[in-house]
Design a protein around this ligand. Structure first.
Ligand code: ADP
Ligand code: ADP
Length: 227
């Protein structure tokens, strides 16, 4: 089953002489439960693509369809709801809210959406992430690896259609990077979670089901990994 379809997506920043074509007519689709790695040189358009897929940046041209919904045909209110319910975002620098503790950071997407926390689901996720002893800690009382585990919890708690991760291990050492990828793979394999991960790390990309390479805003390679 197709969960994501991208059709002829282009993004131009600015206009006239200084215009930058960040994405140039990109099309691809992703099946539910797929783990897709997106690789490519710095400035090739990877983050722009992820932001457009997540409903946080607007394409200049083209369509994004998530779970049969045309994302950019929605009005602002519907788009805001879409973002909260269907997209889980994970960033390189975690983007946790400093004044909220671990429990509050993880459950915030549900509360903003007026949804109740399913305690069993919460406990399960916390246990898998190994955060049971940290629930009342603030982000600045946690290591980088722990903060990224919190942000995985926040991305997962609402059971979104897709998790989008932009260099999730870019700020971590080898040990913590391995742990973060192991956890993302766990949720991919055991929760059938669809996962798109931007990475510079070849060894991470090779753990995905499929690798898309982007150069100068275009897809230059789209390859299924055989094991
Ligand atoms: P990557 O994630 O692959 O490093 P980006 O998507 O961040 O690439 O950037 C693609 C291109 O778009 C780059 O040339 C970058 O400078 C440009 N760009 C990204 N965001 C903006 C912006 N908000 N305004 C203008 N140019 C931008
Ligand atoms: P990890 O292997 O998860 O990176 P570390 O070895 O960096 O953990 O940290 C060990 C412990 O020290 C962590 O469990 C964490 O609670 C605590 N710790 C790490 N960094 C900080 C920090 N900046 N402030 C407070 N406590 C920290």
């Amino acid at each position: 089953m197709q969960i994501l379809k991208v059709e002829n997506l282009s993004k131009i920043y600015g206009s006239g002489e200084t215009a930058v074509k960040a994405l140039d007519n990109i099309s691809f689709s992703v099946n539910k439960g797929e783990f897709l790695a997106i690789v490519g040189p710095s400035g090739s358009g990877k983050s722009t693509l992820l932001h457009i897929l997540g409903g946080v940046d607007i394409p200049t041209k083209g369509k994004v369809i998530v779970d049969n919904t045309d994302v950019y045909a929605m009005d602002e209110t519907a788009l805001a709801i879409f973002r909260r319910r269907q997209i889980g975002l994970i960033y390189q620098f975690y983007n946790l809210i400093p004044v909220l503790d671990v429990t509050e950071n993880i459950t915030l997407p549900l509360l903003l959406d007026g949804r109740k926390v399913d305690q069993d689901n919460f406990n399960n996720i916390i246990k898998i992430l190994g955060l049971e002893e940290r629930l009342n800690h603030l982000p600045n009382q946690l290591s980088g690896g722990q903060q990224q585990r919190v942000s995985i919890g926040r991305a997962l708690i609402g059971s979104p259609a897709i998790i989008l991760a932009d260099e999730p291990t870019g700020n971590l050492d080898t040990k913590n990077s391995g742990e973060i990828i192991r956890l993302l793979k766990y949720f991919h394999e055991n929760y059938n979670q669809t996962l798109l991960v931007i990475t510079h790390d070849e060894s991470i990309a090779l753990q995905a089901d499929r690798i898309i390479s982007i150069e100068d805003g275009r897809i230059t390679r789209d390859e299924v990994i055989r094991r």
